[in-house]
Design a protein around this ligand. Structure first.
Ligand code: SF4
Length: 701
């Protein structure tokens, strides 16, 4: 029998963007077990991470005291950054000493080298209120827009294309709308692994008769239920999608009434499609022309077709172009603005939507209000009680740009809250060298992460179940996460730490409760103006846009118009751009990185969760069995993956889901950090790195 809890706390899952609601069952300030709640996104369901991935919060490696780097301890960027061994390079400090050093040095750098020499990385693991206050600190305390977070590595290209094409970077329809769709297109995503509960709704829909079209170079669990699996060659999304649009235009399947009344730029798109006939594109993308025709007809003529996509679409140098094609496909056929249609970029982290909404990005203030627009800056200066002209008018640096700016001597100090760029950044060897080069690095986290190992000051923060705040899921659902247990030792709530740094940087802040930060957000963000703290306490979840109190919130948007000045959506044509680094004789294979079901991002939490770590304890590379045989490597034996930037050793796993010549590696293993191998070439529009494609070679051993 399960032990009897003395407390039950309603909250949400700390992992993926599905946003499953759960109950923490607590006894003696420890979480005993977790159960699913009947939330709008999960209806009681949880995946293995949500159900078993909670005891990281009680792990013995939790940081319980502020740490200051010993004066004689060098920063060694290429060491295997093992937290137990790395503790030796720090000494414990009081909060007063650590905060004074952390903020004092940041202030010195700002005053001597200028506001743009400082950068803040927030986190999509944090709450909306933490994201909001963090970006406000950087903009008003550091003095520039140099603030970003892991959305840059995730859906930055999707958001750029959506803002450009339809005026909103969020999803048009919730995941649950798959139950109303006749055709469901899933492209560049593996929901069974990355959005597991959402995948169950997709599987149910397919079993109930919806036609599932999976487009992916890799096979996944969903391909078993798919009506068609278009296993296109990696890097050829634009060729395949343009060919489908070519069919739709040339067979008269476009929705002329929708195009004429609600869009602009169709003639340009049509002209661009001329060179993309299915017969010409079939050898490029590896999908037969007749299959391209069949799928295009199916998508265009169904009563409701919905597209969901993941990082297979977004993490390319042509990520924005990939998303532009998906948007054009939906506009061309009028498959948007109704239940069971629309566009859904599946958001990764549980609050990547909310952190972006709250302004944790360098080009936009909260609610995607552009920093370059004087009226926007004036509005925020008034709301934040700043002198006119205080806010920086220039967009700040993005994640990968920051690493290069450190090398150029332009960035000298950083404050990183909850991110782990030493593991998550592409070309991580370079990123680590740059982090080690900083004059001053402050890291706020719950473990001594690989990034924290390179810090000057480490501030022990609160884990997800140790704080209250709001989180916005992939469906635009703002949900209440509630504190269930206390932080260990002297660890503090993140909101308290941000505020203490802000005060020491000269800001007069006095937020007594997280709800005060949320109330301020409502006043500056029209999309959530109607959501009150009391309502969230009562209802647990409210969908935005919700512009006034009593508004039920809109789960399906763009019903009548698009939030652009003209009210019309815009077609943006795209042409084929090859990956930045193609295979060659020296590096003949392709590397694709991603996640595993049991582990989350850089592994700092899930690898310290007992059950999850027991299921997947070791670093693995998923290689086609014929490729393994050719290498002379038996499944389970060590192999080395190497690119022009770095190499790692890990265990080979025979896996037929990857095509021959392509290798899949999860990025959560610090002892085989695959981002040491990846390429940091950027999409020119969204500045997202090409984490889904680079050239490698594999050797045995
Ligand atoms: Fe958590 Fe996502 Fe799993 Fe739901 S599907 S339990 S939100 S990891």
């Amino acid at each position: 029998a399960l032990p009897v809890p003395d407390k039950q706390v309603a909250s949400v899952c700390p992992y993926c963007g599905v946003g499953c609601q759960l109950t923490y069952n607590v006894k003696d300030d420890k979480i005993l077990f977790v159960e699913g709640r009947d939330g709008p996104a999960n209806h009681g369901r949880l995946c293995v991470k949500g159900r078993y991935g909670f005891d990281y919060a009680h792990h013995p490696q939790r940081l319980t005291k502020p740490l200051i780097r010993r004066a004689d301890a060098p920063k060694v960027p290429h060491a295997t950054l093992d937290p137990d061994r790395m503790m030796e390079v720090f000494r414990e400090a009081t909060w007063e000493e650590a905060l004074a050093l952390a903020a004092g040095k940041l202030k010195d750098i700002r005053d001597t080298s200028g506001p743009k020499s400082l950068v803040g990385f927030g986190s999509a693991k944090g709450s909306n209120e933490e994201a909001y206050l963090f970006q406000k600190l950087v903009r008003t305390g550091f003095g520039s827009n140099n603030v970003d977070h892991c959305t840059r590595l995730c859906h930055a290209s999707s958001v750029a294309a959506l803002l450009e094409g339809i005026g909103s970077g969020a999803v048009s329809n919730p995941v649950m709308d798959v139950t109303k769709a006749e055709v469901i297109v899933i492209i560049g995503a593996n929901p069974t692994v990355n959005h597991p509960v959402a995948a169950t709704w997709m599987k149910n829909a397919a079993k109930n008769g919806a036609k599932l079209i999976v487009m992916d170079p890799r096979q996944s669990d969903l391909t078993r239920l798919a009506h068609r699996h278009l296993q296109f060659k990696p890097d050829t999304d634009v060729a395949m999608l343009n060919a489908m649009m070519h069919v739709i235009v040339h067979e008269g399947l476009a929705d002329r009434a929708f195009i004429e009344s609600r869009t602009m730029g169709f003639e340009e798109l049509k002209k661009n499609l001329v060179g993309y006939s299915p017969d010409e594109m079939a050898p490029v993308c590896g999908i037969a022309a007749e299959t391209l025709r069949e799928v295009a007809r199916l998508y265009a003529t169904s009563k409701g077709s919905m597209i969901l996509w993941g990082m297979g679409v977004s993490q390319h140098v042509h990520g924005t172009d990939n998303a532009r094609c998906l948007i054009a496909l939906s506009l061309l056929t009028g498959q948007i603005g109704r239940p069971g249609t629309g566009l859904h970029p599946l958001r990764g982290q549980n609050n990547v939507q909310g952190a972006s909404d709250a302004g944790l990005i360098p080009m936009m203030l909260p609610d995607y209000q552009k920093v370059v627009e004087p009226a926007v800056r004036a509005r925020f200066e008034k709301a934040w009680k700043l002198q006119p002209g205080t806010l920086d008018a220039q967009p700040g640096l993005t994640v990968v740009e920051v690493m290069h700016a450190i090398g150029d001597g332009k960035v000298k100090g950083m404050y990183i809250m909850g991110e782990n760029p030493a593991m998550s950044d592409p070309d991580a060897n370079h990123a680590r060298e740059m982090l080690a080069q900083l004059d001053h690095l402050v890291v706020q986290d719950i473990f001594l992460t690989e990034t924290a190992c390179l810090a000057d000051v480490v501030l022990p923060a609160s884990a997800f179940p140790e704080k209250t705040g709001t989180f916005t899921n992939t469906d635009r659902l703002v949900q209440m996460g509630r504190q269930a247990v206390n932080p260990p030792g002297d660890a503090k709530q993140d909101l308290w730490i941000i505020q203490e740094i802000a005060r020491r940087m000269g800001l007069d802040w006095n937020y007594k409760h997280v709800s005060e930060a949320f109330d301020e957000m409502r006043k500056t963000m029209p999309s959530i103006a109607g959501i009150t703290w009391d309502r969230l306490e009562r209802e647990h979840a409210v969908t935005y846009p919700c512009t006034e109190e009593g508004d039920p919130g809109q789960s399906v948007v763009f019903v009548e118009d698009f939030p652009r000045d003209s009210g019309r959506a815009r077609f943006v044509p795209a042409d084929i751009i090859p990956a930045a680094e193609r295979p060659d004789a020296e590096f003949p294979m392709v590397l694709i990185t991603g996640r595993q079901l049991e582990h989350w991002h850089t592994g700092s939490m899930t690898r310290r969760a007992t059950v999850l770590d027991a299921i997947e304890p070791d670093p693995v590379a998923l290689v086609h069995p014929l490729d393994l045989a050719e290498l002379g490597v038996k499944p389970g034996e060590l192999l080395t993956i190497e690119s022009r930037r770095g190499k790692v050793s890990l265990y080979g796993r025979a896996d037929e889901s990857s095509p021959r010549g392509a290798v899949f590696v999860p990025f959560c293993y610090y002892e085989a950090a695959i981002n040491r191998v990846t390429n940091d070439s950027l999409d020119p529009v969204a500045k997202i790195p090409e984490l889904k494609y680079c050239a490698i070679r594999i050797t045995a051993g």
